[in-house]
Design a binder for this molecule. Structure first.
Ligand code: C5P
Length: 310
């Protein structure tokens, strides 16, 4: 029996432009994504046969008095990723996987995608199925649009439906600090894309995406803050006005820049450093007095291996 423990990071979209609807019903995107220091943990244990996922039916997050439902284990992306890897490779062995959730559910932080990415990476190693990272990314794309980016790891540019991923240089030694605020409810991504109607007069924001990539490469945090962009934000705010209130309060509290991550519901506020992050978080809690999950986080790298407990 072999064991492996992985910590898999959430992601935020610092930039997300929607270019248009595709014939397959999805949308073409142009997005800049960075992993952030909020992690789910997956523990894998090989066994003779079968795929068993042990995941809680609900998740409790600090600051929220109500639990968040996780859905059936069988439908979880982790179990689906494991079955897909097994059917693709014909691997005969099985696995037991325990999933410990810390990333908010349906919060635009790619939690389910991060878990699926870790499942593909972890099982490819444990089962010794030796698929290349590109092949794993292609398998991941079949399960969800954000999964290839999270298998790749690090800061990336995402294009197409999400399956075209390229590494984004980020200046080493310049930490990117942020405050993440999850309002205690999730957002259904499909519903937001369905509500999103392309503004015919809007110019494509390509130059703005490149300018953001350059600010990241230069470690220019204020430049990054000025260029935060999300084409879905207005659609999401129209449905959930509380999220726009959160954005305004974070701005009042002194954040360098604030934007919705993905299709929400998490709002991210860039800050100078961890100390400012804690001050902004405290001011937000006092100003609103609402139950919220608020975390000070920083941009981080890829899924990493943790020591296995004996
Ligand atoms: O790929 P994923 O399952 O994460 O996407 C959830 C939903 O978001 C899709 O069913 C689709 O409606 C929408 N979507 C889209 N274009 C993308 C990504 C997602 O329309 N590039």
């Amino acid at each position: 029996m072999k064991r492996l423990v992985l910590a898999t990071p959430a992601k935020v979209n610092l930039f997300l432009d929607v270019l248009g609807r595709r014939p397959d019903g999805y949308h073409d995107l142009r997005s800049l994504v960075v992993p952030v220091s909020v992690y789910d943990r997956l523990t894998f244990e090989t066994c003779a046969s079968g795929i068993a996922l042990c995941a809680p039916s609900q998740v409790r997050l600090a600051g929220l008095p109500w639990p968040l439902p996780l859905g059936r284990s069988r439908d979880n992306l982790v179990a689906r990723a494991a079955r897909l890897l097994q059917s693709t490779t014909g691997h005969r062995g099985g696995v037991r996987i325990r999933l410990d959730k810390r990333i908010p559910i349906a919060g635009g932080l790619g939690g389910g995608s991060a878990d699926a990415a870790a499942a593909l990476l972890g099982l490819n190693r444990l089962w010794d199925t030796r698929l290349s990272r590109d092949t794993l990314m292609a398998l991941g794309a079949r399960l969800g649009s954000d999964i290839p980016a999270l298998i790749h790891g690090g800061a990336v540019r995402m294009e197409g439906r999400g399956e075209c991923v390229t590494a984004l240089p980020r200046r080493v030694g310049t930490p990117l600090w942020m405050v993440l605020v999850y309002p205690g409810f999730g957002v259904a991504t499909g519903d937001i894309y369905a509500r999103y109607t392309l503004n015919a007069g809007r110019r494509p924001a390509r130059g703005r995406c490149d300018a953001m990539a350059a600010a990241l490469a230069a470690g220019d945090v204020r430049g990054v803050a000025r260029r935060l962009f999300n084409a879905l934000q207005a659609t999401v705010f129209a449905k959930y006005p509380l999220l726009e209130i959160l954005k305004k309060e974070l701005e009042k509290a002194g954040a360098l820049g604030v934007v919705l991550s993905g299709s929400g519901s998490t709002v991210l506020a860039l800050v100078r450093d961890g100390a400012q992050g804690r001050a902004v978080a405290a001011r937000l809690r006092t100003a609103l007095g609402l139950p919220l999950w608020v975390r000070v986080a920083r941009a981080t790298g890829a899924t990493r291996r943790l020591p296995v407990a004996k």
